[in-house]
Write a protein that binds this ligand. Structure first.
Ligand SMILES: [Zn+2]
Length: 79
């Protein structure tokens, strides 16, 4: 059996905690970005009146609920 000193145990414990926190941070960031990307796919902004709305239908040119203008689906950029 090998021996390990108390400072080494503490360092190993801290490294393990940091690795877990870092892993959870990366995973939560990945999930958040994926959810944002999925939600952004259904968001549109009317070209005529500028009304932002959500349309989850398969219609390639959904009508604006505010003014009725037909809007093409285009990718929205991050601000
Ligand atoms: Zn509109």
């Amino acid at each position: 059996m090998f021996q390990i000193s108390l400072p080494n145990i503490i360092v190993a414990y801290l490294v393990a905690i940091l690795a877990i926190v870092f892993g959870l941070w990366i995973a939560s960031d990945w999930v958040r970005k994926r959810r944002d990307r999925r939600n952004r796919r259904f968001r549109l902004v009317c070209n005529i009146c500028g009304w932002p709305y959500q349309d989850k239908s398969r219609d390639p040119i959904p009508p604006c609920p505010q003014c009725g203008a037909l809007n093409e689906r285009t990718a929205l950029r991050d601000l």
